[in-house]
Design a protein around this ligand. Structure first.
Ligand code: FAD
Ligand code: SF4
Length: 461
């Protein structure tokens, strides 16, 4: 039954004034009735433009139809043909730039809430589904390095094919950026734990506190530990800085460090052993999801927060919902602004940011208009804590300790669309190959590499 409503059924959320005082999830999710109602907005277009907008080609109209029929588990099964992490992707994918951008309902009104429906189907599945059965083992061993979306997806698909998979993770908790970067209020850690528990129930072994390149090299994983293939899903966790004066001052952090302290180490809890710098006037430099996460985290720690971005509001790369939520929570924005120096006090602590105004010139190689400095526009912004959210590059450890592994100039591992690297039996995918990108692309790369590893090992059998 078609439902002519022009706008998405509203997502219930915690009120802004309430949520700035806690770290619980902001968006609360549809219930069965509202999910069916939203699903009935889909007109089941013949040419399925939404599917073309999805990086992993989820059969969107088919799963939406199942939701409208109340067949929620079938909806989940359709999504999981293409996606290993629907509960995560439903929450963090930039749907407005992907599937929902192409939804015809968006031409005169709002697109169908595809992400919200994906999240609903996944949450419903986890509430009601029986435990997965452990596949029969084929006795062949594969090592997965890194437990972010790429590693988890690769490990899951290989385990389902019967491989004996061990995931090596440098940190003490599995999940990659999903646990150390994206905050609890956007992606509850219980959801990631559930994904990892599911892998363990399929027989995957997870070795945390295991830094490959230190504990074992990639070569040793193969020759000494007997893994027949290795997947590298080590992400891009090395933060970039601006290289401006004062960046070494007290109170200046990379967003990665700040978020890791708060998210992974739960520094916001009274009894946490991890300290966090509680600035009163926090400035976040950048405009992506990482910047929004850092800004909203600082708000929850009681700061007055300003995001400084060198382009305009229209160019903000963060998910629209995150920017809107940040604004509702009282985060301020200074657009077309760039810091040129961090001014410090007598204790070498951040005291102010010297900034310049920018204007947008001709498009650069990314297609976005290049920001140029406005002559004579210098001004200062008072601040006692500066968080740099300027992007990241791959950590060079694996690259440096693996002879013959070819990389790009910024350290990204060279791999083809099936994850094959320059070394036989070594595959790679996710941010380690592309540089920092998205959860769904990393997850898709992990799945593609699993197919490729399976083909490779079958050809050797
Ligand atoms: P990662 O998630 O980075 O995982 C790599 C893992 O490998 C890590 O756990 C790391 O500890 C481990 N590792 C590294 N080196 C070694 C080693 N030598 N030995 C063993 N283990 C190692 N994307 C979205 O789509 N939507 C969002 O809203 C979004 N928000 C984000 C917010 C933040 C704060 C950040 C930082 C990123 C965000 N992203 C978002 C990007 C997204 O999270 C990444 O693109 C994605 O996680 C990449 O997955 P990955 O598996 O390639 O790497
Ligand atoms: Fe449904 Fe929108 Fe996809 Fe058309 S484009 S099938 S309306 S979700």
């Amino acid at each position: 039954m078609y439902n002519g409503r022009m706008t998405k059924y509203p997502m219930p959320v915690q009120a802004p004034e309430e949520r700035v005082g806690n770290f619980s999830e902001v968006a609360l999710g549809y219930d069965e009735e509202t999910a069916k109602f939203e699903a009935e907005r889909c007109i089941h277009c013949k040419n399925r433009p939404c599917v073309g907008g999805c990086p992993v080609s989820v059969r969107i109209p088919d799963f939406i139809e199942k939701i409208s029929e109340g067949a929620f588990e079938e909806a989940y099964q359709i999504i999981s043909e293409s996606s290993a992490l629907p509960a995560v992707c439903g929450r963090v994918c930039p749907q407005e730039k992907q599937c929902e951008k192409f939804c015809v309902r968006g031409i005169k009104g709002e697109p169908v809430g595809i992400g919200r429906l994906e999240r609903f189907a996944a949450d419903h599945h986890y509430k009601h589904a029986p435990k997965a059965e452990r596949p029969v083992s084929n006795g062949r061993r594969v090592a997965v390095v890194g437990s972010g979306p790429a590693g988890l997806a690769c490990a899951g698909d290989l385990a389902r094919l019967g491989y004996d998979v061990t995931v090596f993770e440098a940190l003490h908790t599995a999940g990659g950026v999903l646990v150390y970067g994206i905050p609890e209020f956007r992606l509850p850690k219980r959801i990631v734990e559930r994904e990892v528990e599911h892998l363990v129930s399929l027989g995957v072994k997870v070795e945390t506190n295991s830094v490959i390149g230190r504990l074992y090299t990639v070569e040793e994983l193969r020759t000494e530990l007997g893994f027949e293939a290795v997947f590298l899903g080590t992400g891009a966790g090395l933060p970039r800085f601006m290289g401006i004066k004062g960046e070494n001052a007290k109170g200046v952090f990379s967003a990665n460090e700040y978020l890791t302290r708060v998210n992974l180490m739960k520094a916001y809890e009274e009894d946490s052993e991890t300290p966090v710098y509680r600035g009163k006037k926090v400035t976040v430099v950048g405009g992506g999801n990482v910047a929004m996460d850092a800004a909203r985290t600082a708000r929850r720690l009681g700061a007055d927060v300003t995001v400084i971005y060198r382009r305009g509001a229209e160019e903000l790369p963060a998910r629209r919902e995150e920017t809107e939520h940040a604004m509702e929570e009282g985060v301020k924005f200074k657009f077309l602004t760039n810091p040129v120096e961090i001014l410090t006090d007598s204790q070498n602590a951040a005291a102010a940011l010297r900034c310049v105004e920018m204007e947008l010139g001709a498009p650069d190689e990314s297609g976005r208009r290049r920001p140029c400095v406005k002559e004579g526009s210098e001004f200062t912004v008072e601040t006692d804590c500066v968080i740099m959210a300027l992007g990241t590059s791959p950590n060079p450890l694996i690259q440096k300790t693996t002879a013959g592994l070819e990389t790009r100039p910024h350290g990204e591992i060279l791999a083809d669309e099936n994850g094959k690297t320059s070394l036989e039996g070594v595959f790679a995918g996710g941010d380690a190959v592309t540089g920092s990108a998205t959860v769904i692309l990393a997850m898709g790369a992990g799945k593609a590499a699993a197919r490729s590893i399976d083909e490779y090992l079958r050809s050797k059998a």
